[in-house]
Design a protein around this ligand. Sequence first.
Ligand code: IPE
Ligand code: IPE
Ligand code: MG
Ligand code: MG
Length: 328
Amino acid sequence: MNIHPMWEKYPELAKELNRTLTLMDKSVNLKNKEVETAVMSMIHSGGKLLRPAYQLLFSQFGEQRDANKSVALAAAIELLHTATLIHDDIVDDADLRRGLPTIRSQFGNSTAVYAGDYLFVSCFKLLSDYSSSLKSIQLNSRSMEKILSGELGQMDNRYNLEMTIDQYLENISGKTAELFSLSCFVGAYESGTSERFAKNCSTIGENIGLAFQIIDDVLDYTQSPEQIGKPVLEDVRQGIYSLPLLYALEEGWDTLLPYLKKGDALTDRETEKIYALVHSFGGVEKAQLLAEKYTQQALKKIKKLPDTAPQAKEELLTITQAILQRTN
Ligand code: IPE
Ligand code: IPE
Ligand code: MG
Ligand code: MG
């Protein structure tokens, strides 16, 4: 099983992430071969496995850590993440994911919907087999609700020029940060830490997730599709106004407005003009600074974690910093 090369520097974690991916692969068994092929090709398309990595690292802080259980719960979260990506690409009408054609563009929307559905089911099957109580299942269901609510908040605000930065933050807190937060909570809690400790881990995850999505939105304004393996220049045209644009609007409302009023009728050249303006009005830089602020908050809390798992603590610090500097 091949996992993302970013983990080479962390051999023990890489071993468990490999086991996580193997378990995800093994949990797929469908009569419908087309849907099975779709699910398999997504599982093996080289995702970064960040959420399971956090989950596995936080599980090191519990005294009752059981590696098999930690790996299974990490696989469950990544199955959930994978499902959301397949469905997200349908909603966003995206052609590229992880540098490859999306499931919807390879197999069509129906197969893609079922592939995502199957992954949701697989997530709950693993969870119910391995959780020590109903707690993780309850939390997972609540997280799914929050992810959906973030996505719906984003949809409700499409082409909304009055959208505020607080609304943006609320949406990304649901659609992205929630899953990071859940990974960190479940990792700790299911290996026997107190609920109080796990909640602190969950806050760390929330900060990491917010920084992660802001950086993702910054990359949309700074990278090529080849570099990030996903489409760029699509958010604005689809009416998704992310942080760099919202900051730029604070400075350059009058200049940007005539373009944004065109809605989905923007030409490529006009879209590129918007991107240039977002840079020149300082939107990219300001967004980067906010991502840094959330990362610093996470790092500060990680540094205060007990020294019972020194290696995990060190790796949490390095990985969290590396996410801020990522370019893909
Ligand atoms: C993509 O997440 C979706 C966002 C929250 C921006 P990742 O960048 O973690 O996706 P993969 O799994 O590594 O492709
Ligand atoms: C990511 O949505 C969050 C979910 C998948 C729920 P985006 O649409 O912002 O992410 P990318 O850019 O397609 O990965
Ligand atoms: Mg998308
Ligand atoms: Mg989306």
